[in-house]
Design a protein around this ligand. Sequence first.
Ligand code: COI
Length: 353
Amino acid sequence: MEITITKAASPKPKPDDSNLGFGTLFTDHMFNMDYDPERGWHNPRIEPYGPITMDPSTMVLHYGQGVFEGLKAYHTTGGVIQLFRPQENMKRLNKSCRLLCIPEFDEAFMLKALKTLLQVERDWVPTAPETSLYIRPTILAMDPFLGVRASHTYRFFIILSPVGAYYAEGFNPIKIMVTKEHVRAVRGGVGEAKTLGNYAASLLAGDKAHQAGYTQVLWLDGVEQQYIEEVGSMNIFFMIDDELITPALNGSILPGITRDSVLALGKQWGLPVTERQITIDDVIRAHAAGRLQEIFGSGTAAVISPVGELCFGDQVFQIGDGKVGPMAQKLFDAITAIQYGKADDPMGWVEPV
Ligand code: COI
């Protein structure tokens, strides 16, 4: 399939790289492609960034049949623009499609389409330290229909947003709240898909956490409400007795690509790295015994995000000395050095645009 390119008539002024925040600014162009049962995925095109016109009955608006991804393009000191493990995002997006009854796409073609879009928008990749161009591929159910079934037509789009840190705290430790009042996902559901409803399901608990002064919610499993799952916008890691532990993928946790990279680096460094069930009581006991060294999150948007305080019911636990822990720092440094082309890439994770 050939990708047609229509250039924007009046490009926007570029923002100040030193103060980007997250997810508020968008580039001049976007990628679009459509699906119908007769033609399959067709009409791939790069067009000026703009609204998507939808009938009010469009199925995604009613039933949430939509999936998305998040990855980033990095400006290296050598001037090359590169992606971090983009094939993994394409693979995960297709997996989300399968879980949401959305037709799969050709991953190699989509990577090519993404690179074409990034070449058009290369001047939008910010250069200030720790900034990047966040990439949001999204697929939405487009049938105008009110009955509940999988849509027959879809829109695939990719938008780009120059970003800095995801959390207002930057790389400073965040405070997270464990909830037993709400659940995000359950076994047999779509917790491991990057789908719209998983994020909608997190909002009420997130609001309550914010009101109590916490940045994010740490979710427990939806059945026993004991096993730690994830933090909604990132996966979670614990350093206990020098062992790096993260909850095993169980179908209701997002299989994070940064999570996988942390596990691979930990193993390469010879650390005991374990994917297993871990309960909130295990964590509290380890804290009480002085064995809990660090907690941090991992994600594309969040990168590595140290946790300085954990709240569970009426108990508040300071983690370590409340500052950035050495393992979080080491992983942040190692991952960002690879992403920004400042270190060797023995795992073959980066890919030039
Ligand atoms: C990402 O890390 O890319 C995500 O999609 C998380 C999102 C909540 C910003």
